[in-house]
Design a protein around this ligand. Structure first.
Ligand code: AP5
Length: 214
């Protein structure tokens, strides 16, 4: 199964993708994570992308589509893909169709997480992740079971994203409204879009997504 998780910053795409990876053995293809890895490794691509990401704007369609192509090439053909944060523009959506064709895959479902924008700043500015395994947490909504210790790997190192400031989040939301939300009709025409209330609890959202994929 190949699915797209769509929604504004902080909607819960990464949270739900992580769970699907653990429970269904799917592979999460997050262009945000790929770009952050390139920034961390100071590759030429990472150096180019860093300033754009820090401003909350979109990196070029060509760069992110190449990253996705490389990941699909490396993946086992029978493993399901979760596209998290890609596509984000009409050009990326069209390119994804070409890439799916090239890799012999079919898009099964686009799941839009619907959220109240006022809650997103709160979600994003409270977010932190394990510095070792990347497990995601939140200061209020999703704390580790033992304070200061990652549930998944036991690490005590945590980090926050540099683009998780209120100002940058607002730019990221504008980018979503202007460039990403308008791609929904492209998929609606095919009857593969489902909407899930992303304001429900993490477990409730997970149950709704499971019901859609069963
Ligand atoms: P990216 O990394 O994709 O960031 P984003 O889309 O802004 O999404 P986030 O990761 O911020 O949010 P999320 O929906 O995954 O929420 P999460 O699950 O963490 O992109 C970063 C940047 O890279 C972009 O700005 C752009 O510059 C560049 N980029 C990436 N892809 C690109 C592309 N295709 N084209 C061009 N540029 C690209 O949840 C947030 C918090 O809320 C967490 O703390 C979580 O614990 C909590 N939470 C989650 N669900 C719930 C819930 N139901 N109730 C309560 N709390 C919840």
């Amino acid at each position: 199964m190949n699915i797209i998780l769509l929604g504004p910053p902080g909607a819960g795409k990464g949270t739900q993708a992580n769970r699907l990876v653990e429970e269904r053995g799917m592979v999460q293809l997050s262009t945000g994570d790929m770009l952050r890895a390139a920034v961390k490794a100071s590759t030429p691509l990472g150096l180019k992308a860093k300033a754009v990401m820090d401003r909350g704007e979109l990196v070029s369609d060509e760069i992110v589509s190449e990253l996705i192509d490389a990941e699909l090439t490396a993946m086992d053909a029978g493993t399901g893909a979760i596209f998290d944060g890609y596509p984000r523009t009409r050009a990326q959506a069209e390119r994804l169709d070409e890439l799916l064709d090239k890799h012999g895959r079919k898009l099964d479902r686009v799941i839009e997480l619907e959220v109240d924008e006022d809650a997103l700043v709160d979600r994003i500015t409270g977010r932190f992740t394990c510095g070792n395994c990347g497990a995601g947490y939140h200061d209020r909504y999703n704390l580790p079971q033992v304070e200061g210790v990652c549930d998944r790997c036991g690490s005590t190192e945590f980090k926050r994203r540099p683009d998780d400031t209120e100002e940058t989040v607002r730019t990221r939301m504008q980018e979503y409204r202007a460039k990403t939300a308008p791609i929904l009709p492209y998929y609606e025409e095919r009857g593969i879009v489902s909407r899930v209330d992303g304001m429900a609890s993490i477990d409730e959202v997970a149950d709704k997504i499971d019901a859609l994929l069963s």
